[in-house]
Design a protein. Structure first.
Length: 254
């Protein structure tokens, strides 16, 4: 009984330490930070429980391996109450920790929520078999399969599909949602680390499904502003050339 209590005290100690533990490694985004931190906290709980269960299992196997006349276990109310309370505490910790992540708008963002910090909006439209990324609030120019976003600034992704169900997934940034025809699914994050992150489709959508890659490049605010100006100017020049060509064609037709 004393050994059991000691083991349970160890589990509770780990739970308390997990509440105050912070991840050491830098995270790519706010979403990744929340998800990875939750995984770490749950691992801190699962590891000692696993060790405890394995210890009890091995102890029972060794102690009763030569027992040819096994008898029913005697009732022990203290032990039953102890493991019932311990289970309740563990489940409460898991529930509270999980709710703190699931309630965060960087994991479960709702479009009607008002955002602070001048968010960047990226429209990601999937089709068989590729992606068309655009910036509807900054000139509505398209960038193919390339997404460029600034560091330390909210980014909202509006994900949809032209044909069948696809999946929008950037593993290192902790972002994933379905791309549904006729429906827009919205996810949000805040990039923390500059770099290029690989994204891909996670729903099998046909023979060329494996070719549906895209990239998310996180840059400084200054670099992003320069890139944005270049894209807007290029889009404006293209539209002007298209209008001039239309006018010339009309004049020749007359």
């Amino acid at each position: 009984m004393r050994k059991t209590r000691l083991a349970l005290v160890s589990v509770f100690s780990v739970l308390i330490l997990a509440l105050f533990a912070d991840p050491v490694a830098a995270q790519a985004s706010a979403s990744a930070e929340l998800i990875n931190d939750l995984n770490s906290r749950l691992l801190y709980v699962a590891f000692p429980i696993t060790l405890l269960v394995q210890f009890i299992l091995l102890y029972a196997v060794v102690k009763f391996r030569n027992n040819d006349n096994p008898l029913p276990t005697k009732e022990n109310r203290r032990l039953e109450i102890t493991w019932t309370v311990a289970t309740a505490i563990i489940l409460l910790f898991v529930g509270v920790a999980s709710y703190g992540v699931l309630a965060d708008d960087n994991v479960t963002y709702q479009p009607e929520e008002e955002l602070q910090g001048d968010p960047v909006v990226v429209h990601a439209e999937a089709y068989q078999w590729g992606w068309e990324m655009s910036y509807p609030e900054d000139g509505n120019f398209t960038t193919g399969t390339e997404i460029v976003v600034p560091k330390d600034r909210p980014v909202v992704f509006e994900v949809t599909s032209r044909d069948v169900i696809h999946g929008f997934h950037v593993p290192k940034m902790g972002m994933k949602t379905d791309a549904m025809p006729g429906q827009i699914n919205t996810i949000k994050t805040v990039p923390y680390e500059e770099g290029t992150y690989q994204g891909y489709c996670t729903e099998y959508c046909g023979v060329a499904h494996s070719q549906m890659y895209f990239t998310v490049e996180v840059v400084s605010q200054e670099e992003y502003q320069t890139w944005l100006s270049e894209q807007q100017n290029s889009s404006s020049n293209g539209n002007s050339a298209s209008v001039e060509g239309t006018v010339e064609a009309s004049a020749l037709a007359q």
